[in-house]
Ligand binder design. Structure first.
Ligand SMILES: [Zn+2]
Length: 77
């Protein structure tokens, strides 16, 4: 029953219950709407959307701006 894993944020070694995504500190750095989206996609079993939200949250919290992702935004030409 006591399944633990480490926080979803790379480099964070906090061990947290498997039912949680990140440690408390990092979770509260995720913007509110995104936290909400993660919770609701999880609850609704929308795993694809959930994963994308999680990736986004990890990116935001770890401070890695998506500069190296050509498809992230429309080209403003
Ligand atoms: Zn953490």
């Amino acid at each position: 029953m006591s399944k633990h894993h480490s926080c979803a944020i790379p480099g964070c070694n906090h061990m947290i219950p498997a039912s949680r995504l990140m440690c408390r500190d990092h979770w509260f750095e995720v913007p509110g709407p995104l936290r909400h989206a993660i919770n609701s996609t999880w609850k609704n079993g929308e795993i694809g959307a959930y994963r994308r939200n999680v990736e986004e949250a990890v990116r935001v919290v770890s401070g890695t701006e998506p500069a190296a992702e050509p498809e992230a935004e429309d080209a403003a030409d």
